[in-house]
Design a protein around this ligand. Structure first.
Ligand SMILES: [Zn+2]
Length: 491
């Protein structure tokens, strides 16, 4: 479940302020002696390769991938430094001061100074409204000009122009000498100047490069604030297969992450009640829960109504919801029931768990013990068709194929004819109506086990912990080991 252990072990504890953005990825292939601003992947692509596939550095030094990473770590300033927030070696995740002042040196003429000031005001306002907190970043004109250096203690930071094509921000808690906003001339003149400045102020507010979750080339000392988010303003374009060019505006998850960091409103939002299982329709519109009030057959059944729960008839232990909003329930006698709009009607068969896909396809974990758990069935017409395999938890993807978890915490996906094992280990699995794939992992945490989303074939840890998950339309609901109910949507 841990991703890219090698990188985590190799990653040094230190981190650095610098970072290139958008345009420099295309243009910057030459490393200067003063500053190495390339991520490891970027650096690697600049190198010639010998016929054995090893990288050539310093004319005649041959290094394999791991050796090259060590070499890169030793380069000066090789680790550009968030919506993940930077974590220091002491484990803390410092926030930026709400009030900052700055000056602009004469590398910008007076007209351009005003343009820089106007853009800073705009992007700070963007982060401010995202974070739900008033950030004030004010230019101190009396400090502009030749005295506006990184030794000027009358301002929080200084702004200057760089030749070349890399811009730099800084992180919260940096020493004054590192608190410089350095703007590449090409970025200043770029049509994406606003996007680049939103990115740099992202660093200033503590956020790391989003793409290092996908391609961990910088040190990976960070704390997750949201799910993996390729549209993030903090994700370089054209790396790790994706990202936005131009950088443009803050993504929805940038806003969530900023609100989590600065206003304490983090991604999982508590919902009223107590539950043992949760089921959300594939369009996210209909939410049902197995509550925590004991009743014959298991526990009480509830349907969400606004910000509270309506108690429904019957009782059960596991629940799933059709796209149209009606629920299927399994009770503690392994009996199966379907809500028909007014009452629960028993369906033939016996089950331990049940799932419904976005296309309405119903699957169950049956009641016949076999290696791995219990035999798996798909509902075809009004019959249960055995499909092979055994498991304990089940979900159905939008095309109607099942994902299961067995009693060894192994994960399998049905490919249309057989179950194929997937990487990782899980206690529960759920596929969203949008095709997103979520698991409750196998690493104990306060509240249950870690929550992971599958992106490009790998599991990426998100925030929170739980025992049960229902992905809904891709913004999941979870139940933790305290029976607490949490959801992921900002409404
Ligand atoms: Zn950056």
């Amino acid at each position: 479940m841990a991703m890219r252990k090698k990188w985590q072990l190799l990653a040094a504890g230190l981190f650095v302020v610098s970072c290139g953005t958008a345009a420099d990825l295309d243009e910057e292939s030459v490393r200067t002696t003063e500053e190495q601003t390339l991520s490891f992947d970027e650096f690697r692509t600049t190198l010639p390769v010998d016929d054995s596939g090893r990288y050539i550095v310093e004319w005649d030094l041959l290094l394999d991938d791991e050796q090259l990473y060590d070499y890169w770590l030793e380069l000066p300033s090789s680790h550009p430094g968030s919506l993940i927030i930077n974590r220091l070696t002491d484990g803390s995740t410092p926030l930026q001061a709400s009030t900052l002042t700055y000056c602009i040196d004469n590398s910008f003429n007076n007209g351009d100074k005003d343009k820089v000031e106007g853009m800073i005001t705009t992007v700070v306002s963007n982060w401010s409204s995202a974070a739900g907190k008033t950030f004030s970043v004010t230019r101190n004109r009396s400090q502009d000009g030749t005295g506006c250096t990184n030794a000027n203690n009358n301002v929080s930071f200084n702004v200057r122009k760089l030749s070349g094509s890399t811009s730099f921000g800084f992180f919260p808690g940096e020493a004054r000498s590192n608190r410089e906003l350095k703007i590449a001339g090409s970025h200043f003149n770029s049509t994406d100047f606003g996007g680049i400045m939103r990115h740099e102020f992202g660093h200033i507010y503590g956020f790391r490069h989003e793409h290092i979750r996908l391609c961990p080339a910088e040190n990976t000392s960070y704390k997750e604030l949201t799910r993996v988010d390729r549209p993030s303003i903090m994700h370089y374009p054209n790396v790790c297969g994706d990202g936005n060019a131009p950088l443009g505006n803050l993504s929805d998850y940038d806003k969530k992450g900023a609100r989590c960091a600065y206003s304490g409103q983090c991604e999982w939002i508590g919902f009223a009640g107590a539950a043992n299982d949760i089921g959300v329709s594939a369009n996210g519109q209909h939410v049902w829960a197995i509550g925590n009030t004991p009743a014959t057959g298991g526990f009480s059944i509830h349907r969400r109504s606004g910000s509270t729960w309506q108690t429904m008839p019957g009782a059960g232990v596991a629940i799933a919801v059709e796209p149209g909003g009606n629920a299927w329930v399994v009770n503690d006698q392994q009996s199966i029931f379907r809500y028909n709009g007014s009452t629960f009607v028993q369906v033939s068969g016996a089950a331990r768990d049940i799932a419904v896909g976005a296309n309405g396809k119903v699957w169950i974990i049956g009641n016949t013990a076999d290696s791995g758990g219990y035999l798996i069935y798909r509902r075809d017409g009004s019959a249960w068709t055995p499909v092979g395999g055994a498991a304990v938890r089940i979900s159905v993807d939008p095309s109607g194929n099942a994902w299961v978890v067995n009693d060894q915490q192994n994960i399998y996906k049905y490919n249309g004819s057989t179950f194929v094992q997937q990487s990782g280990g899980a206690r529960d699995v759920s596929i969203g109506g949008d095709g997103s794939i979520w698991i409750i992992g196998n690493t104990p945490e306060l509240g249950g086990y870690g929550i992971y989303e599958r992106v490009s074939g790998e599991w990426f840890k998100t925030t929170g912990s739980a025992l049960r998950i229902s992905a809904g339309d891709g913004t999941p609901w979870i139940v933790n080991d305290q029976k607490g109910i949490w959801y992921n949507r900002w409404e």
